[in-house]
Design a protein around this ligand. Structure first.
Ligand code: SF4
Length: 69
């Protein structure tokens, strides 16, 4: 299952079949977009995203896709 988040034309997808909840995205995101809920990554603050792509490159499970990266 993939969760999809959209804000200001940006689209972020998190694949929960791949996500292991290790919070690498929480650690690397400079805008505090992510939150681990129930052992999986969520992106409740997608509107704060600055399109730096750190989450895409930083996820060890390659669970994150971003329309700008
Ligand atoms: S692209 Fe950068 S700012 Fe946006 S969610 Fe990923 S790490 Fe955070």
């Amino acid at each position: 299952m993939a969760l999809k988040y959209e804000a200001d034309g940006k689209v972020l997808e998190i694949d929960h079949d791949k996500c292991n909840g290790d919070a690498a995205c929480v650690d690397v995101c400079p805008s505090s977009v992510f939150e681990i809920v129930g052992g999986k990554s969520t992106a409740p603050k997608m509107s704060e995203c600055i399109e730096c792509c750190a989450c895409v490159s930083g996820c060890p499970e390659e669970a994150i896709k971003h329309s700008s990266c």
